[in-house]
Design a protein around this ligand. Structure first.
Ligand SMILES: [Zn+2]
Ligand SMILES: [Zn+2]
Ligand SMILES: [Zn+2]
Length: 108
């Protein structure tokens, strides 16, 4: 595991959109500004590492707001989504790579 700055609130510990209250704690890091992520990891392609869903003001459904997802081993671009982490409409993470944009290389 590795401790990184929370992508959703950019390490500030506060809800970036203030939907409940301007003083509400970030729901991803619980106000600490830091999140634990599995190691090794890659940047989430679905939200481009921002932790924010590309189409709504909610946490990214692929990485749950952390901006990073676990990935171990040899990788290659996901052919299903072309490495973008989402299919054409962009509302849901790619079902093959779960939003990472990469898949395990066969044989690797
Ligand atoms: Zn946070
Ligand atoms: Zn994400
Ligand atoms: Zn994909």
């Amino acid at each position: 595991m590795a401790l990184i700055a929370c992508a959703f609130c950019k390490g500030k510990g506060k809800d970036p959109f203030g939907l409940l209250s301007k003083l509400a704690d970030c729901q991803v890091c619980k106000g600490t500004g830091k999140v634990e992520v599995p190691w090794p990891m890659v940047e989430c392609a679905f939200c481009k590492g921002s932790g924010i869903h590309p189409h709504s003001r909610i946490t990214c459904s692929a990485c749950r707001g952390k901006g990073r997802t676990a990935f171990r081993g040899a990788k290659e671009e996901c052919l299903n989504c072309g490495g973008r982490g989402y299919k054409v409409d962009g509302n849901l993470p790619c079902s093959v790579c779960q939003g990472t944009g990469i898949v395990h290389k066969e044989g690797g």
